[in-house]
Design a protein around this ligand. Structure first.
Ligand SMILES: Cc1cc2ncn([C@H]3O[C@H](COP(=O)(O)O)[C@@H](O)[C@H]3O)c2cc1C
Ligand SMILES: O=C(O)c1cccnc1
Length: 323
């Protein structure tokens, strides 16, 4: 409301004014200014990636994870400019790179042949995400950027999206991190096989996650639930974190009010997910990098907008006559 009296035309920042209002409601602070932020990256491997459904091969995720923890991955360089802290954790890498505190298993099973994990493992991984949020993310921050890494995880996200939203596999499968047309074709076929395999499964979120999900996706459901419970703004990265958000809202609908969609990714399934979440993405840049990169870019913009809202003086104070 106070923004209407500032030295700028009312609602002149369009959707960014709506975002600033959401931030004010979530944080219960109308003049918060730029937010202390953390970028979260959950990491895990997918058994389905053994079928050559990604540009990269099974097991590469560990090298990406090491690059993040060494501070030299794209996300670290983006984070420095937000600014934001980066926290990455192994939720189910094929190899154990560092600590195992949030890890449930060394990668999932191949979801095109059998369930990726058990329901008990899915539940444990979600709870690990809540613990990760509480132990490593929520201190000294008002905004949590949600990201992931996991070679093959656009296949898992596509299968989950198709199953949850009643869509065909081909309508939600894309090239992921840059797969060739032949690889995308193989990926589509495997997603259809996985959908057939699970056609009689009940619409239960945990059951479907166990069938088609990944440990980093489960972890992100926990991160979202934990961050919402603690009253933080949650900035979703792309398609894969969007699917986690759909499942988080099925488990707890109140989470919806805390969510912001950073961008629309290049993955065709992402728009369906955004529609389901009723979220308008802040950016639409054809990004397909994952690892919270879109969340980082959006957080820079969110903080710039919050600085405008906090620091623009009242129109009356600077002699600006408003109509
Ligand atoms: C070197 C490398 C760095 C990445 N950073 C993010 N992703 C992104 O791409 C992967 C999903 O795409 P797909 O399903 O096609 O494998 C995830 O790891 C995601 O975070 C990366 C992937 C790779 C290989
Ligand atoms: O939209 C995403 O989340 C995405 C797309 C491609 C690769 N990695 C992540």
């Amino acid at each position: 409301m106070r923004q209407l009296t500032r030295a700028r035309p009312p609602r002149s920042l369009g959707a960014l004014d709506t975002l600033a209002e959401q931030v004010a409601v979530v944080l219960n602070d109308a003049d918060t200014g730029p937010l202390p932020a953390v970028l979260s990256v959950t990491a895990a491997d997918h058994g389905v990636a053994r079928n050559e459904i990604s540009r990269f091969s099974y097991g590469t995720t560990s090298s990406v994870f090491s690059l993040i923890t060494s501070g030299d991955a794209p996300i670290n360089h983006l984070a420095a400019h937000v600014p934001a802290r980066v926290e990455a954790a192994d939720f189910g890498l094929a190899d154990t790179v560092r600590t195992r505190e949030y890890k449930v298993a060394n990668g999932t099973e191949d979801l095109s042949r059998r369930d990726a994990m058990s329901v008990e493992q899915a539940r444990a991984s979600i709870l690990n995400g809540v613990a990760f949020a509480e132990e490593r993310l929520l201190q000294d921050c008002s905004a949590v950027g949600v990201g992931e890494i996991g070679v093959g995880n656009t296949t898992s996200a596509a299968a989950l999206t198709a199953r949850l939203l009643g869509l065909s596999g081909t309508s939600v499968v894309g090239s992921g991190v840059g797969a060739s047309p032949a690889t995308v074709e193989r990926k589509s076929r495997l997603v259809e096989v996985a959908l057939q395999r699970t056609v009689n499964y009940p619409d239960d979120p945990l059951r479907l996650l166990a069938a088609l999900g990944g440990f980093e996706i489960c972890g992100n459901i926990g991160v979202i639930l934990g961050a919402a419970r603690a009253g933080r703004i949650i900035v979703l990265d792309g398609f894969i974190t969007g699917v986690a958000a759909v499942l988080a809202t099925r488990l707890c609908p109140a989470v919806a009010g805390y969510l912001v969609a950073a961008h629309r990714s290049a993955e065709p399934g992402h728009q369906f997910v955004l529609d389901e979440l009723e979220l308008r993405p802040l950016l639409d840049l054809g990004m397909r990098l994952g690892m919270a990169s879109g969340a980082a870019v959006a957080l820079g913009m969110i903080n710039a907008v919050l600085a405008v809202c906090a620091d623009t003086p009242a129109a009356a104070k600077v002699g600006l006559v408003t109509p």
